[in-house]
Each structure stands twice: as structure tokens, then as C-alpha cells.
Design a protein around this ligand. Sequence first.
Ligand code: PLP
Length: 444
Amino acid sequence: MTDHPLRNTPSLDAFWMPFTANRQFKAAPRMLVAAQGMHYTADDGRTVLDGTAGLWCVNAGHGRRGIAAAVERQLATLDFAPTFQMGHPIAFEFAERLAEIAPGGPDQRLDRVFFTNSGSESVDTALKIALAYQRAIGQGTRTRLIGRERGYHGVGFGGLSVGGIVSNRRVFPQLNGTDHLRHTHDPARNAFVKGQPEHGAELAEDLERLVALHGAETIAACIVEPVAGSTGVLIPPKGYLERLRDICTKHGILLIFDEVISGFGRLGSPFATDYFGVVPDLVTSAKGLTNGTVPMGAVFASRPVHDALMNGPDGIELFHGYTYSGHPVACAAGLATLDIYREEGLLTRAADLAEDWAAAMHDLRGRKNVIDIRTIGLIAGIELAPRPDAPGKRAYELFVDCFARGLLTRVTGDIIALSPPLILERGQIGEIVEVLGAAIDRVA
Ligand code: PLP
């Protein structure tokens, strides 16, 4: 295979790869060199079915001409312009278009949009908006931020501090004054459930416990992923998010949904907020915002949160922003992405596929060492029993085996996560399950 025309690999030494076992990878690299529709092409010319929409972001599939054309046009027209005390129309246009589909439904839309460049920046931005809001309404003692165990909110110091993944936290100092709800993963009661599990709504009462411990007047916000992705697809128990909303409202705590992966159609609604019918005060997004093509994130704020800051003294209302907030090229990519989502009905397409998707995934029940399967929208988490001596190894080997046989999956601990582009065809669901099932038989 070394003479394949697509193989043109430079030295691997200089690129310090993120969230990667660098030495392991560089000893046996897995290289992707092209992508179209539902597929990647590997450097040996093999076609690989994208079971993960890249990294939960390429919701409209790869190689979309409309996005490429819009980006090219924008680069030729206005490549960059600042948004600090200056403006350019496409940033306002994109925000307006996002406002039309913003989470929350017609009556409570979170239709004020702050642009960032990533999910991590969206999270830190939302946490800062929450703190600024509390101060603006005369609640400046509220500085505490509550996250949840097994939560992932990116890698900024804010997101890290409210996040709940030990390996991400261990080495780094964290913000003072954070605390964490217990996670909702309860396989003893909820294994092999399609959609929302029955048991665990009461875990939301943990917030009452933290209020009792710290005092409501010290707590600014509580952030959760409506569906936790990075720690292995944890779906909220029925009634859990509703209860969390009620407790936040009761105590004046802002509720933030981190929709970096659940936004833009993943569950079959534009946002998980709409899917679950629970409206937070702030929503973070990124990834599917531009179909993963140009880095960009956005925070959606409710009118009351936004307006509280706009009613303050004259001058800059929020001392926060990024050089590339509302970057014109990212906005162009985002607008073209929204056009595709609308024309192809992609923000609701997962709802049509969800039943077949769940049925196919749950067919893997009974295979060797499969201890749980969780599905919602176009997401699946397949949990394996860890090897006693080597946690994480079984799922990692499965991931490597699937890739060798033409399927890209994502591995986290001993869980395989799947989140294909929303253009997935029904026949491809079968393909995914076939490759995965055979890989489990071989490896697990
Ligand atoms: N929040 C959630 C829920 C995520 O899943 C992720 C990334 O996967 C992030 C935040 C961080 O996003 P980024 O990697 O774009 O900074």
C-alpha cells in the first residue's frame, strides 16, 4: 500500500496531538486524507464510514459544496474585520438566522447570540455571562458554579472546573467555588434502555443538597449537558431536567445547558432544549454550528439575561470577547450550513431515524461483554465490561478493529459512542451494526 497515490505522510514528530496517546498513535497512525458525504478516505485508499460525524460536528455530512462556495466568496469579499466596537453585516445576519431557530420555542427563545470559536470558549463565555448577570441584578454574592460528575465542558479553566472527568482535572488547578452534582449513570437500574431511563429523576435533588450546603445566595449557575456525550452517552432520566429547572428557578440559579454536541439536530429537534421541553437560561453550542468546517461556537442567552446587562450603565456591557467572535468566514460557513439543514430537513431528520437506529443498536445486546446499550436521537453508547487488569483496553481495541474494517467510532473508557452525520441512510445503520457486531465478536 505504500505507493498508493493518497499516501503522502510527512514526519509525525512536530504535531503534538490533542487528547491522543501520541507515542501509541505515531507508532501505528490512522490517517484520514479525504471525505465526502458519509465517508472518509484513509491514506491507504480505504473508504471508512463516518460513525461519529467527525467529532460530533459534521452533521450535514462531508464535502458540502454550498459551504465551500460560501467560504470562498466570503474570503474574497471580506476576509476579516474586527467586531470590537466595529461591525460587519454577516455577523448580524448569522445571529438573526440563529435567533429564528434558537432553543426554547416561540415563547421563550434564547435569541441573543454571543459568538465564540469553540465549545470550550462557549462554556467559559456562558459561565462569565452568568456571573455578570448575577452581579447586574444585584446578586453579586453569587459566584459559585455548579457542574456535574462525569460532565464534559471543554478544556478552558472554567469548563474544566465545572467538568467532572478526573483525568482532565487531576493535573490542573481549578476555579475556587465550584461544586458538582452526582452523575445520573445507574446501569443497575437503567441498563439497555431506549431513550430516557425511568430511574434517577431524584438525583436532581442533589442541587438542593448543594444549596443547603453553600447557601443559594452564593450560587450563580448550574451547568449540565442535557445528554452527556464525552463520558459515554448518559441520557437524562425522565423528569430529571424538569426537576433541575424547577430547583434553579426556585433559588435564583441560572441553568445552562451545554449543547455543544446535542445542538443542531442530534436528537431530532434543533436543540435538546426543544427535545426535552425544558428551557434553560443559557445554551452553549459549537460543532454543528458550521458543520465542523470552520471553528466557531455560539452562546444563546435568554432575553432576561441579555437585557439585564443591556440595562446597566452606558459603555461596554460585558468585558469579554474573542478576536474572532463573529469571524466573517465562520459566519459564511454557518449561514450555508443553516441553508443545508433547512433544505434537507436535517434538524429533525434524526427523529425519523431514531426508532430504527435504536432497534439496530439494541440488537447488539447479548454479544460478549456488552453490559449496556443506550440510545437517543442519532446517538448510541455501547458499554463493555472492562478487562480486570486494563480498563479501557477492550473498547480501544474495538475502535481500532472497527477502523481497520471501515467504520469510524469514538471510544471513551470502555464505551463506544456513535453519532453519525444526520444524512445517514437507513441501509447504513445496518452496515454500522454489522461491522460493530463482528468486531465485538473478534475483540471483546
Ligand atoms: N462541551 C461539550 C458538551 C462537548 O462535548 C465539548 C467537546 O466535545 C466541548 C464542550 C468542548 O468543545 P471544543 O472541543 O470545541 O472546545
